[in-house]
Design a binder for this molecule. Structure first.
Ligand code: FES
Length: 106
């Protein structure tokens, strides 16, 4: 199987033990086969981005990769769609502010 982090990997996911990722530095559990968005939801996190204009909170809207409302910074890479990105052990997920370009400095 390809190691590319695409939603196609989720189709072959098998149950397995929980692992840990972080959200803004806080450890949260995740399971094999979850997207980043699913892991955040499971931890009670409903928003992880603020809009460029107005700083309004955003999270999942469409859930299928179309609206880009769920953009998040993962392992220092901004603008990742949380609803499509398979979560991996040790992922450092961060709230994305505005365009996320400021996240490149982290
Ligand atoms: S929720 Fe719409 S692209 Fe992720």
């Amino acid at each position: 199987m390809s190691r590319a982090r695409t939603p196609l990997r989720l189709a072959a996911a098998a149950p397995g033990p929980a692992f840990t990722v972080t959200f803004d530095g806080r450890a949260i559990p995740a399971l094999p086969g979850q997207t980043v968005a699913a892991a955040l939801w499971s931890a009670g996190v409903l928003s992880w981005r603020t809009t460029r204009v107005g700083g309004e909170p955003r999270g999942v809207f469409c859930g299928i990769g179309v609206c880009f409302d769920c953009l998040v910074s993962v392992n220092g890479r901004p603008n990742q769609r949380a609803c499509l990105l398979p979560v991996e052990p040790g992922d450092a997920i961060r709230t994305q502010e505005g365009t996320g370009h400021g996240d490149l400095a982290h």
